[in-house]
Design a protein around this ligand. Structure first.
Ligand code: PSV
Ligand code: MN
Length: 415
């Protein structure tokens, strides 16, 4: 046994003892953490950029096949992801059967498909003034048609969901008719929903601002939820952690949506100011933990089934190697989940009943401050992953190998 393995075993034994004293079984927790899988978006494998520039990282995947290779590598090293979420038209598969086969060989399945009507990407009518909400019905129809095509591609790949993020809105007062834009959006979404297979779900994202800075048609979870209710029970709200104004209580939104069985899933990322798309857990790990506390509580209380929720990362930035970044994000999510599993929920509800504010806070912070890294590492080892994926990635010089293969200036599609 190497010194590294020896230290890991010691940390794990100590943690097992600590947890046992609180009535928690570490083997069960390891299993729960191992089973928790988070999809990776196809657009996060290249360098992200801002409107002020983009800095290539070299060795970026040049096509969908290479993106799958990168996700397969992440899956193998971390054992925390087993699915990819595709953005169309950035990632239209040229040969569907071959892509399906390749993904199967890598043990990767296709999570929710993402449509894109926020850019002009070769289609005949422009989305400059909006897509599903556009005042021109021909443009609305084109945007609906695009979504139906995305569903068609997704069906061939075995996906079971469509994520719609609508950038539509306006930049200046008076530019758009706010009520009509909402009405048209509802009608367009209805046409998309009707074209969705019976076993699919529609995940409707919201975002307060950007690219529009005066009004956004679906700015918040309330609007998304009201549109979903008009559509039917397979339409639910997708929470992207970055899509909130500063200091919003996201865990409360999660609890409220679960209470109504309206939570479709997550786009994980982190932020300091707005939709910063920073790595999950890098800025507000306590908030992430509190979100998981609500998720676990909501599922345990029977508000909404855990299995009905989709999990995905949605981040992209300018500075890190994206594969290293995704390794960090997957680790941060697993840690937040593991810590939330440690909360003694029975004691917590006693504190709540008795008005023991201090006791409740202590319970949450005790769980949050527990070092669960050995538990998460053990779950990865038992699942056949690398004990330390980041060290392995660097030691094996994987980025250097990718640069040698794909070139220094290769450029992945995406934002
Ligand atoms: C928009 O900011 C968003 O969160 C949506 O999910 C998009 O599809 C994604 O980012 C693309 O980068
Ligand atoms: Mn998103």
């Amino acid at each position: 046994m190497s010194n590294h393995d020896h230290l890991h075993q010691k940390s794990l034994d100590l943690l097992a003892e600590q947890l046992a004293s609180k009535g928690k079984n570490i083997s069960e927790l390891i299993l729960q953490v191992s089973q928790f899988q988070i999809a990776v978006p196809s657009w996060a494998l290249g360098a992200g950029g801002t409107r002020f520039g983009r800095f290539s990282i070299g060795g970026e995947p040049r096509n969908l096949e290479e993106k799958l290779d990168d996700i397969g590598l992440l899956a193998r090293l971390t054992k925390k992801t087993n699915a990819v979420s595709l953005h169309i038209p950035w990632d239209i598969p040229q040969d569907v059967a071959a892509i399906r086969q390749k993904a199967a060989d890598l043990d990767v399945s296709f999570d929710a498909m993402n449509s894109n009507t926020f850019q002009d990407y070769g289609q005949s009518l422009s989305y400059k003034m909006g897509s599903l909400s556009n005042a021109d019905s021909a443009i609305r129809n084109q945007a609906v048609e695009h979504n139906l095509q995305v569903i068609e591609i997704g069906e061939k790949l075995g996906s079971k969901g469509l994520t719609v993020w609508l950038a539509d809105g306006s930049n200046f007062p008076g530019q758009a008719h706010i009520r009509k834009a909402l009405q048209w959006t509802g009608e367009s979404l209805q046409a998309i929903y009707s074209g969705m297979p019976e076993d699919w779900k529609l995940l409707l994202e919201y975002k307060p601002y950007e690219p529009n800075f005066y009004h956004t048609v679906i700015p918040d979870w309330g609007t998304s939820s009201f549109l979903c209710r008009q559509l039917g029970e397979r339409a639910k709200v997708l929470v992207d952690l970055g899509h909130h104004l500063p200091n919003t209580n996201i865990e409360q939104i999660v609890a409220t949506l679960m209470h109504q069985d309206m939570l479709a899933g997550f786009h994980f990322n982190d932020s300091k100011y707005g939709d910063d798309d920073l790595s999950t857990g890098s800025i507000k790990p306590y908030q992430l933990f509190l979100i998981f506390c609500e998720l676990i509580g909501g599922a345990q209380d029977g508000a909404q089934a855990w299995e009905s929720i989709s999990w995905m990362i949605d981040a992209s930035h300018n500075t890190k190697d994206p594969i290293e970044d995704l390794i960090q994000a997957l680790e941060a999510i697993a840690q937040a989940y593991a810590k939330a599993l440690l909360v003694d929920r029975e004691k917590l509800s006693q504190c709540q009943l008795q008005g023991d504010v201090v006791g409740a806070q202590e319970l949450l912070q005790e769980a949050f401050l527990t070092d669960v890294r050995a538990l998460v590492k053990e779950s990865r080892i038992q699942s056949g992953g690398e004990s330390d994926p980041l060290t392995y990635y660097r030691k094996e010089k994987i980025r250097e190998k990718l640069i040698a293969q794909r070139g220094k200036d290769s450029h992945a599609s995406g934002l």
